[in-house]
Ligand binder design. Structure first.
Ligand SMILES: Cc1cc2nc3c(=O)[nH]c(=O)nc-3n(C[C@H](O)[C@H](O)[C@H](O)COP(=O)(O)O)c2cc1C
Length: 322
C-alpha cells in the first residue's frame, strides 16, 4: 500500500503532508499540536491572542510531548508579533507560519535562528515575494477556510497558478476534510495540505465541547461570513453573535489593549474568540470553515489521521490504472 508523501519545510520533514492549521484564540494549543506532530503531521500552536510567556510555555509543553514537527502560527496583524515570534523561536518551535498580513522582518529572524518561515498567501504575486525573501514554503488559503480570509477564490482555483509561480513547496488550505480531499489537493500540485476545522473538532483540540458540537451539527446554511475589525472577512458558524453583527448591532468594547496593529474597533474580536473558547458559543465568535458542514464526529487525532491515510489510499487506488 502506498504511503502519503512526506512534507519538507526547510530543514524539517514531517512523515505526512498534513499541517494542522493554527487556530486562535487557544483552540490549537500544545495538546492538539503535539498529537498531530506525534501522528506524523505538522502541529501548529496558535500564538495570536496569547502573551509571549504563555506561548513559550505551550511550545515547550508540546516539545516535551513529541519529537515530531511542532510550529507556531502568528498573525502579522498582532501588535506583539515580534515578541511572539521570538518567544516561539526561543522555546524551540520548528517552523513559523504567518498569516493576516506580510512581514519582511520575520524572514531575517527565522534565518538567524534556523527556523523555516511559511507565510499564508492569497496570490501568486505575494507567493513570489515570500519566496524572494526566503520562505521555506507558502500556504495558499482559499475562500472555504475558517477564520480570516484573504481571498474570494476557492483553494483549488488559486493553487495551480501559485504552484506555477514559485519553486518552493505550496500547501493548500481550505475545505480539506477527507483523504480524498488531500489527494485532490496534492494532484493539483500541492506538496501538502493545511487542515483547520477538521482538527478543531477532535478530542485534543482546546475548543470546549459545545464548540465542537456546533461543528458536528452544522449544515451548509449555518456557515456565514462576518466582518472582522481586522479589516478582513471571517468565516464562522451562525449563532446569536453573528446574527447581531449581521443586524449591525456591534457590542461595545469594554477594555481595549490595542492588541492589533490596525483595528476597526467595531467590536473586540479577541474577546469574542475567547468567549467562544471558554464555552459561550452564543455570545462568542465560532470561527469555522465551510468544511464544518462535512464534519460529523469528534475523533482523537490518532483516529482521524489513520482515517485520512485510509481514505487517501482508497482514493489513490481508485485512480490507479487497472
Ligand atoms: C477556529 C479557527 C481559528 C483559526 N485561527 C487562525 C489563526 O489564528 N491564524 C491563522 O492564520 N489561521 C487561522 N485559522 C485558519 C486555519 O489555520 C486554516 O487555514 C483553515 O481553517 C483551513 O480551512 P479549513 O477550516 O476548511 O480546514 C483558523 C481557523 C479556524 C477554524
Amino acid at each position: 500500500m502506498p504511503d502519503m508523501p512526506p512534507l519538507t519545510l526547510g530543514s524539517k520533514t514531517a512523515h505526512l503532508p498534513i499541517v494542522q492549521g493554527g487556530m486562535a484564540v487557544r483552540i490549537s494549543m500544545a495538546p492538539l499540536a503535539a498529537a498531530v506532530a506525534e501522528a506524523g503531521g505538522v502541529g501548529l500552536i496558535a500564538g495570536s491572542g496569547l502573551d509571549p510567556d504563555e506561548l513559550g510555555r505551550e511550545v515547550r509543553a508540546a516539545r516535551e510531548a513529541t519529537d515530531g514537527v511542532v510550529g507556531v502560527n502568528i498573525m502579522v496583524a498582532v501588535r506583539v508579533f515580534k515578541d511572539l515570534v521570538h518567544a516561539a523561536i526561543e522555546a524551540g518551535a520548528d517552523v513559523l507560519v504567518c498569516g493576516a498580513g506580510f512581514s519582511r522582518d520575520v524572514f531575517a529572524w527565522g534565518a538567524e535562528a534556523g527556523v523555516p518561515i511559511v507565510p499564508i498567501v492569497g496570490s501568486a504575486r505575494v507567493a513570489l515575494l515570500a519566496e524572494r525573501f526566503g520562505a521555506a514554503a507558502v500556504i495558499v488559503e482559499g475562500v472555504e477556510a475558517g477564520g480570516h480570509l484573504g481571498t474570494d477564490r476557492p483553494m483549488l482555483d488559486l493553487l495551480p497558478e501559485i504552484v506555477e509561480a514559485v519553486s518552493i513547496p505550496v500547501i493548500g488550505a481550505g475545505g480539506v476534510v477527507t483523504g480524498a480531499d488531500i489527494k485532490r489537493t496534492l494532484d493539483a500540485g500541492a506538496a501538502g495540505v493545511q487542515i483547520g476545522s477538521r482538527f478543531a473538532a477532535t478530542v485534543e483540540s482546546s475548543a470546549p465541547l459545545a464548540f465542537k458540537e456546533l461543528y458536528v451539527a452544522a449544515t451548509d446554511d449555518d456557515i456565514v461570513l462576518v466582518k472582522s475589525p481586522v479589516g478582513l472577512p471571517g468565516r464562522a458558524i451562525r449563532n446569536p453573535f453573528s446574527r447581531r453583527l449581521e443586524a449591525g448591532d456591534h457590542p461595545e468594547i469594554e477594555r481595549c489593549v490595542s492588541c492589533l496593529k490596525k483595528c476597526g474597533k467595531d467590536y473586540c474580536i479577541i474577546d469574542r474568540l475567547i468567549m467562544a473558547q471558554t464555552g459561550d458559543v452564543e455570545g462568542g465568535l465560532v470561527f469555522a470553515g465551510t468544511s464544518a458542514a462535512r464534519i460529523h464526529d469528534i475523533p482523537t487525532v490518532a483516529e482521524l489521521v489513520a482515517r485520512l491515510e485510509h481514505e487517501w489510499r482508497e482514493a489513490e487506488g481508485e485512480g490507479a490504472p487497472a
